[in-house]
Design a protein around this ligand. Structure first.
Ligand SMILES: Nc1ncnc2c1ncn2[C@@H]1O[C@H](COP(=O)(O)OP(=O)(O)OP(=O)(O)O)[C@@H](O)[C@H]1O
Ligand SMILES: O=C(O)c1ccc[n+]([C@@H]2O[C@H](COP(=O)([O-])O)[C@@H](O)[C@H]2O)c1
Length: 211
């Protein structure tokens, strides 16, 4: 195993939360804790994306986003990682193929907020994703209805596990998904950027620092 990649043993169940994390916030931390508790996961890895292929504007510098993510999410079973930058994969289906080769015997579960399920059918090879790994979806303010009526939810309706069986999500083969109606945290990176709480430019130079 390469030392720059997170460690997992064969048989472990790892939840993957992919995101721009531009910046990371309490909503990400909240759904991660819920996913750990409810989906029977051994650990969660945050995959800080080099850039969402569907977004026109690039995110802030990777190092800044990783640093902020590690400040926001401090948990012994959560690891913040730049795996996609290291594997050179940008699309989730590609990343999952790379992880399957790098981690034989490890079971991965893809995690996402309800807004991502609503537009999953726009992702590259999205049906391959659904048929490769179990998917855990967490409620997000204003997104429950669009997620439930999405193309993905409709096409895979018979593969949906009831929320009361969420602990069994990783125990069966994909396609298999579960929607968790967890208490919601109404926050987004967009709102933080708009309020001036985060800029996409380089880190500001501190005035008290001697040149
Ligand atoms: N408040 C939240 N509740 C539930 N899921 C969330 C929340 N915030 C983010 N997520 C989920 O976390 C993952 C990564 O999200 P992302 O980094 O894009 O944050 P975001 O707040 O949605 O950003 P942006 O506003 O820039 O689109 C996605 O699956 C997203 O659905
Ligand atoms: O694979 C795709 O086509 C694809 C399209 C849009 C988003 N994604 C992934 O979805 C995750 C959430 O993205 P974002 O930008 O909404 O945080 C992140 O891991 C992206 O790489 C993936």
């Amino acid at each position: 195993m390469r030392h720059d990649l997170p460690f997992a043993r064969a048989g472990q169940v790892i939840g993957l939360l992919g995101g721009s994390f531009d910046p990371a916030h309490e909503g990400h931390a909240h759904i991660t804790r819920e996913a750990l508790r409810r989906f029977g996961l051994d650990a969660v890895w945050w995959l800080v994306s080099p850039g969402n292929p569907l977004k026109d504007e690039g995110p802030a510098d990777m190092t800044r986003r990783m640093d902020r993510a590690r400040e926001v999410m401090q948990h012994p079973r959560v690891e913040v990682s730049d795996i996609e930058a290291r594997t050179g994969t940008r699309y989730t289906a590609q990343t999952l193929r790379a992880l399957a080769k790098l981690y034989p015997g490890v079971r991965f579960v893809w995690l996402m907020g309800a807004d991502n399920l609503a537009q999953l059918d726009r992702w590259q090879d999205w049906q391959e994703i659904m048929e490769t790994v179990p998917v855990g979806v967490l409620a997000r303010p204003g997104q429950r209805i669009s997620a439930r009526s999405s193309k993905a939810a409709r096409l895979y309706r018979t593969d949906k596990l009831p929320a009361r069986a969420s602990h069994r999500l990783a125990l069966g083969a994909a396609p298999r998904w579960c929607f968790l109606n967890v208490p919601m945290v109404d926050i987004s990176s967009t709102r933080i950027r708009k309020s001036g709480g985060w800029s996409r430019g380089p880190a500001p130079v501190r005035k008290d620092r001697k040149m």
